[in-house]
Ligand binder design. Sequence first.
Ligand SMILES: Nc1ncnc2c1ncn2[C@@H]1O[C@H](COP(=O)(O)OP(=O)(O)OP(=O)(O)O)[C@@H](O)[C@H]1O
Length: 235
Amino acid sequence: MSASSDPLVRLCDVHKRYRRGNQLVPVLAGISFDIAAGEFLALMGPSGSGKSTLLNLIAGIDRADSGELIVAGEDITCLDEADLADWRAKNIGFIFQFYNLMPVLDARENVELPLLLTGLSGRERRARAEFALEMVGLADRMDHTPNELSGGQQQRVAIARALVSDPTLIVADEPTGDLDRDSATEVLRLLQRLNDEVGKTIVMVTHDQRAAEAAHAIMHLEKGELSVREVVRPR
Ligand SMILES: Nc1ncnc2c1ncn2[C@@H]1O[C@H](COP(=O)(O)OP(=O)(O)OP(=O)(O)O)[C@@H](O)[C@H]1O
């Protein structure tokens, strides 16, 4: 197999348990699957089935108990905390259900945040933040703080923030969970565009079948195990 056909994400027999009182509760019971570069994958499943846990493992926010997790060419189970933090900053863009924007910063400053730890100059950071905000259609809202923006616009700022460091992989946890139908449609179209036109690989957790159908494929998680990949639209 050539390097270019290697999957961007490979999980091999990944296990995760959490402690509840003096019990260890299994959440992921030997998960194995691949995500190709350029894929837009939705993860669905009942509440508590472990979707966010799985997403957080792929994004290097949480750690597996055992198994192999290769993301963007790195076995992230072998990285120590400092290397994992560096790896995350370079490779992962995060989108959350409730946007997680800083209320006292305007849109441009929020989008610049992930660049603060890079060696880029202030001028370069600002230029990149403005470019990312233009990509999400918010060129005319750069000076607005989150409370001056609608939910859909706030989520688009969050998408610009996820994009600004040009990550290898975007992970989105319920990105439309707090939005009305029209704003959700806008955000889903934007994610599709980033996938189709910019080639970003996206993994999205959602409860919403309509949101999941924006992806190429849907995987269902139930009782710690994944079902087969259901193809929604061809890549
Ligand atoms: N840090 C933690 N400590 C202990 N238990 C946890 C922790 N995080 C998650 N869990 C438990 O693991 C299980 C899976 O949680 P997870 O948030 O991954 O599920 P989910 O499918 O994303 O749920 P939802 O759709 O409700 O967001 C749940 O039973 C949850 O209570």
